[in-house]
Design a protein around this ligand. Structure first.
Ligand code: SAH
Ligand code: SF4
Ligand code: F3S
Length: 434
C-alpha cells in the first residue's frame, strides 16, 4: 500500500508527521510524494487559525472527487482531528478515519480497520504515554536539522488559543531519553537539533530547561542546538545565561509577545505586562545584541483600540525584533475569547496588520544590513531550484542566506560553510563563499 502524508502547522506537527510516516513504513507501506499515487492519504492538520482549517477542507474537497473515481483511504490527524473529533465525519463524510494528537501509535490499528471496510473509525483518546513515542520509529525528512519533541501540551490558558484543547496538558519526556535521542540523530549525521514544545521552557522532565540545554549541548558532534517555542513567563535568568554563553546553543530566541498593550495582554490572559516582557528580555544583558530575536503578534484582538495598536507599534519600534510573525485574531471554537465582543471592522484589522508588517520589513532590513561585510557561518539547507550556483543557508541567528558560488562548486548539504555577506534585503542576506 502506498501512502501520502500532508502536514500543516508548527514544527511539532511536522515531527508528528515524521512519527506517523515511520509507523506506516514499519508496517511495510511505501511513502509517495503526491496524493494521486496514494492508496492512503493522511492529512496531518493544524487549527490554530480559521485559515489553516480552510486549507484542510479545500484538500478534503479535492480528495472527495478523487474518491469517486478510485479506491483511496482518507485519514485525518493533527489538531483539527483532536478538536473536531466525530464532527469531522459529518462535515466531510469522505473521511475514513480520525486520529487524535495524543494517540499517534494507534495509527496502524485504525488503518487496518478502515482497510477492512469499517466506517468512521476514530481514536481521539489521550494515551498518557504518547509523548514517550519510541524515537527510533520516526522517519525524519531529509532536512538540515533534526526535530526532537521534549514536552507536549500547554498549561497556559491564553484566551484566544486552541492549543490547550488540541494538545492537552503538559507531558515531559525524561531528560535522559532526550539526550539519547539527540545522540542518535547526531550519529545519523545531523549537526543541528531543534528541541520542540508548545512551551519548551516550562520543561520539567527531571531537570530545568536551561539544564537540559546544557546537557544536550554536551553531545559530541552536535554543532547547533535550537528550541521553540518559549513563553515569556517561563523565561528564566538561568535560561538567558545558557543562551548567551553556551556556544552550542544557536544565538536565536523566539519569544512571542502578542501585543504591546497591557489591557489587551490582560484580556488575552498572557500572564505578563509589557514591562515584565521587557524585564525578561533584559535577562539577556549585553548578550541580547548578538542574538537574532523574533516574536509573534496578534492584531485586532477583541476590544483593541487605536491606542492599543499604537502601543504595539511602539513596542515594535523600541525592541527592534529581527523578524516577527503577525496574524489577525481568529476566533477559535470553545476558547474563552469567544465571550469577548469581536468588535473591530475587518478593514481596520487588515490595515493594522499591513502597517505592522510593513514596518517590520523595514526593521528586518536594518537588522540584516548590520551583517554586510561580515564573514559568518551558515548551514547549507538547499540548492536553488530556479538558479544554478545558488544555495540557501541559515545562520545561527536564523537569517536566511542566499549563497552564490558561480564556479560550479557543490556546497555540502547540512554542513556549516563560511560565507561573506555582500548584501541585505528584508527577507534574506546575499553572500559569497569566504
Ligand atoms: N505556544 C506558543 C504559540 C503557539 S501558536 C506561544 O505561546 O507563544 C503560534 C502563534 O499563533 C501564537 O504566538 C499567536 O501569535 C498565534 N495565534 C494563536 N492563536 C491565534 C488565534 N486564535 N488567532 C490569531 N493568531 C493566533
Ligand atoms: Fe497557546 Fe498560550 Fe499555550 Fe502558547 S502559551 S500554546 S499561545 S495557550
Ligand atoms: Fe497548529 Fe496544532 Fe501546531 S494548532 S500550530 S499544529 S499545535
Amino acid at each position: 500500500m502506498k501512502f501520502h502524508i500532508q502536514t500543516w502547522g508548527c514544527q511539532m506537527n511536522d515531527h508528528d508527521g515524521e512519527r506517523l510516516s515511520g509507523l506506516l513504513l514499519n508496517e511495510g507501506f511505501t511513502q509517495v510524494s503526491t496524493s494521486d499515487e496514494a492508496d492512503l492519504v493522511l492529512l496531518n492538520t493544524c487549527s490554530i487559525r480559521e485559515k489553516a482549517v480552510h486549507k484542510v477542507f479545500s484538500v478534503l474537497g479535492r480528495l472527495r472527487e478523487e474518491k469517486q473515481k478510485r479506491d483511496v483511504l482518507i485519514g485525518v490527524t493533527g489538531c483539527l482531528a483532536q478538536q473536531e473529533q466525530a464532527a469531522l465525519f459529518r462535515r466531510a463524510p469522505q473521511i475514513d478515519f480520525v486520529l487524535g494528537t495524543m494517540a499517534l501509535n494507534q495509527l496502524p490499528r485504525l488503518v487496518e480497520a478502515a482497510k477492512a471496510g469499517k466506517k468512521r473509525v476514530m481514536d481521539t483518546g489521550e494515551y498518557p504515554d504518547n509523548h514517550l513515542f519510541p524515537p527510533e520509529v520516526a522517519r525524519r525528512r531529509s532536512t538540515a536539522k533534526a526535530l526532537v519533541t521534549i514536552i507536549e501540551g500547554c498549561n497556559h490558558a491564553c484566551t484566544y488559543c486552541i492549543v490547550p484543547t488540541t494538545r492537552g496538558v503538559e507531558r515531559n519526556r525524561p531528560w535522559q531519553d532526550i539526550v539519547a535521542e539527540v545522540r542518535g540523530v547526531v550519529a545519523d549525521g545531523y549537526r543541528e537539533v531543534e528541541l520542540l514544545g508548545q512551551n519548551v521552557n516550562s520543561f520539567n522532565g527531571g531537570c530545568s530547561f536551561a539544564e537540559l540545554l546544557a546537557r544536550v549541548s554536551e553531545v559530541e558532534g552536535l554543532e547547533w542546538l535550537r528550541f521553540t517555542t518559549s513563553h515569556p513567563m517561563n523565561f528564566t535568568k538561568e535560561l538567558a545565561r545558557v543562551l548567551v554563553t553556551n556556544p552550542k546553543v544557536a544565538p536565536f530566541l523566539h519569544l512571542p509577545v502578542q501585543s504591546g498593550s497591557n489591557a489587551v495582554l490582560r484580556r488575552m490572559r498572557r500572564e505578563y505586562t509589557v514591562e515584565q516582557y521587557m524585564e525578561r528580555l533584559g535577562y539577556l544583558g549585553e548578550g541580547r545584541r548578538k542574538l537574532g530575536l523574533s516574536t509573534d503578534f496578534i492584531v485586532g484582538f477583541p476590544g483593541e483600540t487605536d491606542e492599543d495598536f499604537e502601543a504595539t507599534m511602539k513596542l515594535l519600534e523600541s525592541l527592534k525584533f529581527d523578524s516577527s510573525f503577525s496574524f489577525i485574531y481568529s476566533p477559535r471554537p470553545g476558547t474563552a475569547a469567544l465571550r469577548l465582543k469581536d468588535d473591530i471592522p475587518a478593514a481596520v484589522k487588515t490595515e493594522r496588520l499591513q502597517r505592522l508588517q510593513k514596518r517590520q520589513l523595514e526593521l528586518a532590513k536594518e537588522s540584516n544590513l548590520r551583517f554586510v561585510g561580515r564573514t559568518v557561518q551558515a548551514r547549507i539547507e538547499s540548492h536553488s531550484a530556479a538558479r544554478d550556483g545558488f544555495w540557501m543557508g541559515r545562520t545561527g541567528e536564523w537569517k536566511n542566506v542566499h549563497i552564490q558560488t558561480g564556479d560550479g562548486r557543490i556546497l555540502p548539504f547540512g554542513e556549516l560553510v563560511d560565507v561573506t555577506i555582500t548584501m541585505a534585503s528584508p527577507q534574506f542576506l546575499g553572500a559569497e563563499i569566504a
